[in-house]
Write a protein that binds this ligand. Structure first.
Ligand SMILES: Nc1ncnc2c1ncn2[C@@H]1O[C@H](COP(=O)(O)OP(=O)(O)OP(=O)(O)O)[C@@H](O)[C@H]1O
Length: 247
């Protein structure tokens, strides 16, 4: 089976620092893949390279076998890579619904449905369905800037899904959430349709092990190990490198 995403020899340098040094990564369709490692390991940098926000100095990124190395974030989003940022990236002055609507518009085009009003209607249906799914329908008219952090995270997740991604890149989605909100997030991601593959950067290993079938450990810009959660838990070098306790 062709991998949904494969990255080969990804290298990013900042001066003399190699943030990423020849990293390979393969994600199969529908896979739940976690990226863990100590602070500064290169996790966010790798998400930035895969999402097109950072141009790698070396290496290639293929999406379903097609080379997307030179494409920027918008072009990659159109090809099915969605991104959830460490700090929720929402438009504060737009309402919750408008935020999701804006995210849904670029993909709300089907053959024969090119007319702008048809496109807006399709995007509105997508947005309303997603708002119901993430539990924000009741506050759809509230400006996103008025929301608490956890609700902004929900808006961003709806925005990420509005682009109908085949791969969702999530950068520490549980950061700053309450225990109840983490519970909601875990259940939401667990029940996400397998049409969407997930690459999750997360320090909370309980969340990683609850959601992911494959784990890659980065350290100092290099891949230390890739395996199932059980393999990663049992790996001596990984336990040493990831001092928070992989067991
Ligand atoms: N724009 C930049 N300029 C210079 N150095 C950078 C830049 N972005 C990242 N780095 C460095 O690259 C390395 C990898 O950073 P990155 O944020 O990818 O790590 P991380 O694994 O996501 O860490 P954390 O878990 O703390 O978020 C770090 O040493 C960081 O300081």
């Amino acid at each position: 089976m062709t991998p949904l995403l494969s990255a080969h020899g990804i290298t990013v340098r900042y001066g003399s620092l190699a943030a990423l040094d020849g990293v390979d990564l393969r994600i199969m369709p529908g896979q739940r893949h976690a990226l863990i490692g100590p602070n500064g390991a290169g996790k966010t940098t790798l998400l930035d390279v895969l999402g097109g926000r950072t141009r790698a100095g070396g290496g290639r990124v293929l999406l379903a076998g097609r080379d997307v190395t030179r494409l920027g974030p918008a072009a990659r989003a159109r090809r099915g890579i969605g991104r959830i940022h460490q700090r929720p990236a929402v438009w504060s002055t737009l309402t919750v619904r408008e935020n999701v609507l804006v995210a849904a518009l670029p993909r709300a085009v089907r053959p024969g449905r090119w007319h702008p009003s048809a496109r807006r209607r399709a995007a509105a249906r997508t947005a309303d369905a997603l708002l119901a799914r993430v539990g924000l329908a009741g506050i759809a008219g509230v400006p996103a800037g008025h929301l608490a952090h956890g609700q902004r995270r929900q808006v961003e997740i709806a925005m990420g899904l509005a682009g109908r991604p085949r791969l969702l890149l999530l950068d520490e989605p549980a950061a700053g959430l309450s225990a109840v909100e983490v519970g909601w997030l875990t259940e939401f991601l667990r029940t996400l349709p397998r049409a969407v593959a997930v690459l999750l950067v997360e320090h909370r290993l309980d969340l990683v092990y609850a959601l992911c079938d494959t784990v890659t450990v980065l350290r100092d810009g290099r891949t230390l190990a890739t395996g199932t959660p059980a393999q990663i838990r049992a790996s001596g070098p990984v336990r040493e490198a990831y001092a928070e306790g992989v067991a």
